[in-house]
Design a binder for this molecule. Structure first.
Ligand code: GDP
Length: 329
């Protein structure tokens, strides 16, 4: 019986719309970033030929008039909204105003312009860190807004929740097809390796690569090493977003993750081994740990037919190789 219900819900979730035509005009907002660049690679890989991009110099997404003019001129059929102000725990603590302002204005402008200019479908990305700080694990989609947020990134979370709610509200009031997904912590090519503003995984790759080069005997890892994090290779995320764009219809969120997490200490040791850093890891407990755990429940995405392919070890190896090929350090 359970199987029959899940099959019925699977077909109900499948889009009533046709899947994206290979020649459809697809706008990827934020194509230079970690997520946007991976989505462009995946679109190209899957044979899409009409991909629209604009650098932030060409189009400031915080400028409503400029965004409207761009949509008026280009008339994209599909939009991947991957443009966002993102950063690690320290950046969120230091730049709360930039996180809330940039994200709210980008979302409001792009989502509204997509409605006004008749975009067939839009995909918006939330983040696992916008779920409540202490919600049960693994985190189900319905736990959003059920209790207090993590303080260190509250302004970012509020902005992202506004974007999710915009999609839901526009679908309800205007009949649009704006879908929203919740990726877990991402890493991969084109990540931010700046030690002050990055997330933990690229930061630890950068620290250990530099320490190896300079024959340093220790690397500092922030916090206790005890928090758990789930990491998804960004090319897997990109594959999931195309899958959802083509096959998912509905205003309910969809988590995107691997369904497995590791401690910060475990990921630090794995990076140490892959990079080949011989020194010692020192845990600086004066730095914040942030939320203790944020593992996503990915049952919904699995039941729709998608699952992550890249193991953490493979993903880190690919990322380290990419950094070496691009002389990042
Ligand atoms: P979060 O997932 O939003 O908390 O953001 P981060 O990816 O920045 O941090 C995740 C965890 O990794 C936190 O417990 C950090 O204290 C820890 N961490 C350990 N070393 C580092 C580092 O060098 N940089 C960053 N950003 N986090 C680190």
């Amino acid at each position: 019986m359970k199987k029959i219900i899940s099959l019925i819900s699977f077909f109900m979730c499948l889009t009533s719309h046709a899947i994206m035509d290979k020649n459809a005009k697809i706008y990827v907002a934020g194509h230079k970033g970690l997520v946007g660049s991976a989505i462009v690679r995946q679109l190209e890989y899957e044979g899409y030929t009409n991909i629209l991009v604009a650098t932030s110099n060409e189009l400031d997404l915080r400028n409503q008039a400029a965004v409207n003019a761009f949509f008026e001129k280009e008339k994209p059929e599909y939009v991947f909204l991957a443009a966002a102000k993102v950063g690690g725990i320290q950046a969120n603590i230091d730049y709360p105003a930039q996180f809330i302002y940039n994200n709210i204005t980008i979302e409001a402008n792009v989502i509204h312009a997509s409605y006004v200019h008749g975009v067939k479908k839009l995909l918006f990305l939330g983040s696992s860190c916008i779920y409540p700080r202490n919600c049960p694990q693994p985190i189900k989609e319905e736990y959003l807004l059920t209790s207090e947020l993590e303080k260190s990134n509250e302004p970012y979370a509020i902005a992202k929740i506004a974007g999710l709610k915009m999609c839901e509200a526009y679908n309800r009031e205007y009949g649009t097809h704006f879908i929203a997904c919740m990726p877990t912590n991402l890493y991969g090519e084109n990540d931010n390796f700046n030690l002050h503003t990055s997330h933990v995984l690229p930061a630890l790759i950068a620290k250990m690569e530099r320490a190896k080069k300079e024959h340093a005997d220790k690397v500092v890892v922030w916090g206790s090493g005890a928090p758990y994090r789930e990491f998804l290779y960004v090319d897997d995320l990109a594959s999931a977003t195309l899958f959802l764009m083509n096959y998912y219809e509905g205003s309910d969120l969809v988590n995107i993750g691997t369904g497995q997490d590791v401690t910060i200490k475990e990921v630090a040791l794995l990076i140490k081994e892959i990079v080949g850093f011989q020194g010692e890891l020192v845990f600086d407990t004066s730095k914040p740990d942030g939320t203790p755990r944020k593992l996503l429940n990915v049952d919904k995405l699995k039941s729709l037919g998608w699952q992550a392919q890249t193991t953490l070890e493979e993903g880190i190896k690919k990322t380290v190789k990419w950094c070496e090929a691009h002389n990042i350090f």
